[in-house]
Design a protein around this ligand. Structure first.
Ligand code: GLU
Length: 621
């Protein structure tokens, strides 16, 4: 489908509200935030979801048409990819508040057309300075109950999203946050129409939100999720954005918003009779937060340069090892991934991801500078030589026993080598959101942001309209294997290991693709599968995004969605020894292919999350 006339008619004026005109149908009932007083402001237009679009002038993709439209509006007004990405992320904070927002963190990967460099911004949440290795161990010596920690102040890390936006705007952008947050503020103020996805996510969180009166009041209607077609306004968040726009990010990291975050995370306001764990965040923890510019990970895959997110994410490293393993399997078997059957492709893919996860779980965490702990061997883990050694375990006729032992990325590689030590799969969530932008000058952004679980900690900062993350549950609560060093235990100021994998691919030094997805640890397998689907399996980008997923993360069973488990291919994978667990959806990805100078294919979901939204500035007819 090309851009519909409705889409074109609504366009910039509607979403940015520059002219004050807001088009779109009037919904049946409006929920007015408690401060609204029913003044009946116009509603932000409801936009259709278009899953793929080809054209010029710049391209965007995300899960949400309002966010995508805001990105297009910024590009049309002369903004570049970083400007559009920040404005889109701020909008997702309004329309996807359970997946992302200023109460969370994320990772921003940027290709700069002027310098030809890919660089990153690490906006991961940090643990309070007082957290120790056994922070999530009870007095009985056992790890605390995971769900109890999720819905608590103890899980809340110092948020990094707003600091990320500031660094992105300053380093790469041309507009300031005052301007870039305006569309999102307007949408929060005017409200947007509740769609199936928002309704479903609210319903799934209702029980958690009922624990926290502020969240129940903001997100629920008489204790339940709002109906599809009604309007959701968040005037508190509109005011928070307004404050940030006028008083700067200091208001968040040092001023009144910081104080509200500290208070609420230390002592969450709960419903009567509900008791939750408090956190230990201090004003100093939050005022000392910095989003950190850095270098991406890199690997060569079939002549493409694949750049991903480095530490504290395991995403870039683990995607790189997966791709290197697939190349090594080609070499060992003498047959390329593009030539084998669908079953053999998925078998190879599952063996590669499970092997890469064995190494991820053993070697990756935020351990730089931690006394007595070796650093993460990033170069070795992403090297072809290490993958070549690890590939010796691969058998085209049978799945390896899970868990696959981790390897030794020590720079000394033989025909075959492994530690022999097997570790269980760590716990993980499934949430988050991803966006891509490519502009007409050749700049690209791949940005994944999150508040960890869908609905985060469930704690809304009173009068500020945003949820606090539960990112600290991404730490392992106790060592994965007693006696084996675990790089992902909590620590003072430490960042929990992430799986987020915003990825930019270059070909011959020019931008070629941007891709990413939500989905906890399945993010890594989904990004790997989209890259191989497009590069090796001849799938159009939108089909690579839509393809049924296989997510083998070195547990006993691999996740599979969209009927793969019950299909003939699923049965053949079963015969090779793969145990599959049927899941509703794995991820909700989006991507952009850059076809050449100022020509793009944007792609989003057709199958999962009730679809995504891809747009270009000037669609081809
Ligand atoms: N917290 C997860 C991570 O950083 C992302 C959230 C999710 O998708 O579950 O890997």
């Amino acid at each position: 489908m090309s851009a519909s006339s409705k889409f074109l008619a609504v366009g910039l004026a509607g979403v940015l509200g520059v002219t004050g005109a807001v088009l779109g149908g009037v919904p049946a009932a409006a929920h007015d935030g408690r401060h609204d007083g029913g003044r009946g402001s116009p509603v932000t237009a409801e936009l259709p979801k278009v899953p793929t679009m080809t054209g010029s002038g710049g391209a965007v993709s995300s899960v949400d048409p309002l966010a995508s439209q805001v990105g297009i509006d910024v590009l049309e007004r002369g903004g570049n990819a970083a400007d559009a990405a920040v404005a889109m992320a701020a909008t997702l904070g309004v329309t996807e508040p359970y997946s992302a927002g200023i109460g969370g963190g994320g990772f921003f990967v940027h290709y700069d057309a002027r310098t030809g460099e890919v660089s990153t911004i690490d906006g991961r949440e940090t643990a309070p300075a007082t957290y120790t290795e056994d922070e999530f161990v009870g007095t009985d010596g056992e790890p605390l109950d995971f769900e109890t920690v999720v819905r608590s102040g103890k899980a809340v890390g110092v948020p990094g999203t707003l600091a990320t936006w500031e660094v992105a705007a300053e380093e790469f952008g041309t507009m300031d946050l005052h301007r870039l947050l305006r569309p999102a503020e307007r949408i929060a103020h005017r409200g947007f129409v509740v769609d199936e996805n928002f309704q479903k996510q609210t319903a799934e969180n209702a029980e958690k939100f009922r624990l926290f009166p502020e969240s129940a009041e903001l997100f629920l209607r008489d204790g339940e999720a709002p109906e599809v077609g009604t309007v959701f306004r968040n005037r508190d968040l509109a005011r928070t954005y307004h404050t940030i726009r006028h008083r700067g990010t200091e208001a968040f990291y040092e001023g009144s918003i910081a104080a509200a975050i500290v208070d609420e995370s230390r002592e969450p306001t709960t419903a009567e009779g509900v008791d939750v764990l408090g956190g230990e965040m201090t004003a100093e923890d939050i005022s000392s937060y910095e989003a950190v510019p850095g270098e991406p990970t890199h690997t060569d895959y079939r002549g493409l340069d694949v750049y991903g997110m480095g530490l504290p994410s395991s995403g870039g490293i683990t995607v790189a090892e997966t791709l290197n393993l697939l190349e090594a399997y080609d070499e060992r078997t003498g047959t390329g991934l593009s030539e084998v059957s669908e079953t053999q492709y998925l078998h190879r893919f599952a063996e590669a991801t499970a092997t890469a996860f064995a190494d991820r779980n053993r070697w990756i965490g935020d351990v730089e500078g931690v006394e007595g702990v070796e650093g993460v061997p990033v170069e070795e883990l992403t090297s072809q030589e290490f993958a070549d050694e690890r590939a010796c375990l691969f058998d085209p006729a049978a799945a390896q026993d899970r868990p696959i032992p981790f390897g030794e990325p020590d720079g000394d590689y033989a025909e075959c080598g492994t530690s022999g030590a097997r570790q269980p799969e760590p716990a993980g969530g499934v949430s988050t959101t991803h966006l891509n932008v490519a502009d007409r000058w050749g700049n690209v952004v791949s940005y994944t942001l999150t508040i960890e679980q869908t609905g985060g900690s469930g704690i809304t900062v009173p009068d500020h309209g945003f949820l606090l993350n539960n990112e600290l549950t991404d730490f392992n609560f106790a060592p994965l294997t007693p006696g084996v060093p675990d790089p992902n235990l909590p620590g003072p100021g430490k960042k929990p290991r992430s799986s987020m994998s915003p990825t930019i691919v270059l070909k011959d030094g020019e931008p070629w693709m941007s891709v990413g997805t939500p989905g906890g640890a399945t993010i890594i397998t989904t990004v790997g599968q989209i890259i191989t689907g497009h590069v090796d399996r001849d799938l159009a980008l939108v089909d690579a995004v839509a393809a049924p997923r296989l997510s083998s993360r070195n547990g006993a069973s691999a996740g599979a969605d969209l009927g793969l488990a019950e299909s003939a291919t699923g049965a053949e994978l079963g015969a090779l020894g793969h145990e599959l667990t049927d899941l509703e959806w794995i991820g909700n990805a989006s991507a952009i292919r850059i076809l050449g100078h100022d020509r793009f294919v944007a792609a989003a979901e057709t199958e999962r999350g009730f679809g995504g939204s891809a747009m270009v500035v000037r669609p081809e007819r």
